[in-house]
Write a protein of this length. Structure first.
Length: 189
């Protein structure tokens, strides 16, 4: 299958989760994330604001605030095909953009230097145990990851872990994948 076919397949897989499964699995994933050394040591966490059926990151953001962590949320800059992170201190600082995505409102948030992000939670549709992922097709994160040299992890449902994906030379793997069942250490594979 090519990437387009994989994306369609994974979107169908994700949409088949019941509301109860979605909530319970997202809760388990976030609890596992909070137990990791990377989370505990991070003062600044970079994370996208999820829309279902992606793993729920709203609760991750809330917990980061509870723990006095700084939350950095990306804004897509389509003309430049890159991400610009902004500090998020309230959900009221978000705006709805294309495809119903939530991004920081640049008039209400401060830009953040990507070098200040200690842990980056990288989104995706499908993942292999070695950390390679299938993104949503814009290439924004692969371009960002070429320059980002700190801790990376992805939050995923077990049904998003697959044995094979098309991998291209510009694809960059994450270091860790956290599911509702286990934590996959990608560096050691």
């Amino acid at each position: 299958m090519d990437k387009k076919e994989w994306r369609k397949k994974m979107k169908n897989t994700l949409s088949s989760l019941s509301k109860q499964e979605y909530e319970q699995y997202s809760y388990r994933i976030s609890k596992s994330l909070f137990s990791t050394k990377e989370w505990q040591e991070a003062a600044v966490v970079g994370v996208t604001v999820s829309i279902a059926p992606e793993v729920d990151t709203w609760q991750v953001i809330r917990e980061a605030w509870n723990q006095k962590k700084t939350v950095a949320v990306p804004k897509c800059l389509p003309d430049e095909k890159r991400l610009q992170f902004h500090t998020l201190t309230s959900f009221l600082e978000l705006e709805t953009v294309y495809y119903g995505l939530f991004e920081p409102n640049p008039e209400r948030t401060e830009k953040m230097d990507p070098a200040d992000i200690d842990l980056l939670l990288v989104p995706g549709l499908a993942f292999m145990n070695n950390g390679y992922r299938l993104g949503f097709g814009g290439g924004y994160y692969d371009r960002f990851l070429k320059l980002y040299k700190k801790q990376t992890a992805s939050l995923a449902f077990s049904s998003q872990i697959v044995s094979q994906l098309p991998v291209e030379s510009h694809d960059i793997p994450v270091q860790k994948i956290i599911t509702e069942e286990r934590i996959i250490e990608c560096d050691s594979i």
